[in-house]
Design a protein around this ligand. Sequence first.
Ligand code: ZN
Ligand code: ZN
Length: 374
Amino acid sequence: MKIKAAVLNAMGIEPPYAQSKPLSIETVELDPPGHGEVLVKIAASGLCHSDLSVINGDRPRPTPMVLGHEAAGIVEELGPGVEDLKKGDHVVLIFVPSCGHCLPCAEGRPALCEPGAAANTAGTLLSGARRLHRDGSPLHHHLGCSAFAEYATVSRNSLIKIDPELPLDEAALFGCAVLTGVGAVLNTARVTPGSTAAVVGLGGVGLSSVLGAVLAGARQVVAVDLFADKLELAKKLGATHAFNASSPDCVEQVRAATNGGVEFAFELAGSVKAMELAYKITRRGGTTVTAGLPPPAHTIPIPQVNLVAEERTVKGSYIGTCVPMRDLPRYVALYRQGRLPVDRLMTGRLQLADINAAFDRLREGKAVRQVVVF
Ligand code: ZN
Ligand code: ZN
């Protein structure tokens, strides 16, 4: 079938994107679902910093590629072998398809699925297929989703069925921002009631971590960012303290406010500077979690002796160490109870044609979560 999609033809095109238009809105060909695959009519697709990192080349991926990995939609057609979904089901797309059979999957860590990671790196679906074409040549899939498009053919294992009462534009945020941000707090770090936490980098994922830390009952939730309006929003969402990272004594301010640092610090900006800051504001015996995605060549200098003498822990977190089939329905239920107000991260709804300008807003720190609605 013919669909409209946002195609990234080359990485590293200079901003402003409203003029340079790295994403071109084109009519492309989408194949019907193969064995174990599903055709989804995309209802909403969020703009995430990891899409931006592919556009600017920080996170290299094969091109041409149809971007978009944080989405929700409605099942349109089932491929052979898919028997546990039906046409009309509401689904959230998950950006690592888990095979269910590899060692990480068997260990209950589907975010680390090996065939899933290999398919994502290659720009294919889990089956190895590319279902998108333009003028007879294949286009790559982004993280098994390619959801900046009217329809997507995806692996069954890239989908979680959700409560149809949930508005689909809000549901989209659960696929990346909420699973990653809340999961980092609840699963990776296991923040405990009465503990202290800090979040460095307040995009959609970071603010989700703030919500997660509030939900977990941390007695102090410290928000750190470069933008005053994001710090304000974090406070409205329940952060007890907010500090601007541009201040030269930001580290001292946080340490003074938290009696020597926090037990759990989260780096969600995807930068070495943010990670250094997160590490410095972690107290002795504490845990620093990084879930941001810096360019592959960047390394962090950490005094090794600290890890020993202060019993520090540094942990990575991918998709919030989530088991999406377990965690996504939990987070949706908490949202519906008003305990995880992720709708407050939504800063705009837009048409696919306006996507380049919207990435400028994300790049300039002027937006948290913007969602393309179809
Ligand atoms: Zn994302
Ligand atoms: Zn697997």
